[in-house]
Design a protein around this ligand. Structure first.
Ligand SMILES: Nc1ncnc2c1ncn2[C@@H]1O[C@H](COP(=O)(O)OP(=O)(O)O)[C@@H](O)[C@H]1O
Ligand SMILES: [Mg+2]
Length: 259
């Protein structure tokens, strides 16, 4: 069964039609990566799954529950299953890292202060941050900031994590660290990840399932299946570099070497 499922979704903004009959199913405890050129609707899919943007037509289900037509209270309940890392999702500048990460717990739970601090420390450790409680966001590097934003996104212990362009604006070492972090959250905590990205090599390497947006809908499959496809649009999208990368990656995985 899909953990998140869109079926027959149409959506237009004014005269600009973004989706026509979009259907996609995101499997549980897997990493799904949505790729597509800028303006194709990657962020909009995450906003629909988060119940922030209703489709004009069609169905959006999270853990079997239909979001379309739900009232705010019921939507709030569904949102508890979801963590969201927004594109360039910044921390609040005037609050310390501890206060930023604790914010969802303080606003949406009745846990006592000691339990909250304990939970925040666990989540910071999950993302590889230590001794940062009293630092202000301005005192963190770009990579640390992104990891702190992840800690905040998972502090309510969601089942599903929506990540909009988690690699954007990071240098290569930090891209690798965030890739490792996403794998860790998926493999160790069992989170279902739905990630949008432009980053071809990283996406091909970490995706269990890839979704390529085009013509108002999407094509999906395992990365190696898509790379082997004879469809010219898919080949063009993945490109020679991507196909070569995947071929090497698949060969290495088959021989048990790390890539
Ligand atoms: N709230 C909105 N109002 C009007 N147009 C929007 C809105 N949200 C997105 N769009 C348009 O929908 C299209 C898809 O946007 P988006 O999901 O942000 O694309 P991507 O994330 O793939 O770059 C774009 O043409 C964008 O301008
Ligand atoms: Mg976007």
């Amino acid at each position: 069964m899909a953990h998140v499922e869109l079926d027959g979704v149409d959506l237009a903004f004014g005269r600009r039609s973004v989706f026509e009959g979009l259907s996609c199913r995101f499997p549980p405890s897997r990493i799904s990566v949505i790729m597509g050129a800028s303006g194709m609707g990657k962020s909009t899919i995450l906003r629909m799954v988060g119940g922030l943007q209703p489709p004009d037509r069609g169905s959006v289900k999270v853990a079997g529950e239909e979001l379309v037509g739900l009232g705010e209270v019921a939507l709030g309940r569904v949102r508890q299953r979801l963590g969201m890392l927004f594109q360039n999702g910044a921390l609040l500048d005037s609050m310390t890292v501890l206060e930023n990460v604790a914010l969802p717990l303080r606003e949406r739970s009745r846990l006592d202060e000691a339990t909250i601090v304990d939970r925040v420390h666990q989540r910071l450790a999950d993302v590889g941050l230590h001794d940062v409680d009293d630092l202000l966001p301005g005192e963190l590097s770009g990579g640390m900031l992104r990891r702190a934003a992840f800690a905040r996104a998972i502090v309510m212990a969601p089942e599903i994590l929506l990540c909009d362009e988690p690699f954007s604006g990071l240098d290569p070492p930090n891209v690798s660290r965030i890739e490792e972090l996403l794998l860790h959250l998926n493999r160790q905590l069992g989170l279902t990840l739905i990630v949008t990205s432009h980053h071809m090599a990283t996406s091909l390497r970490m995706a269990d399932q890839l979704f390529l947006l085009r013509d108002g809908g999407c094509i999906d499959g395992r990365p190696e299946t898509l790379a082997a496809s004879h469809d010219s649009a898919i080949a063009e999208f993945i490109g020679e570099d991507g196909a070569e990368f995947l071929a090497r990656h698949v060969a290495r995985a088959a021989s048990g070497e790390p890539s």
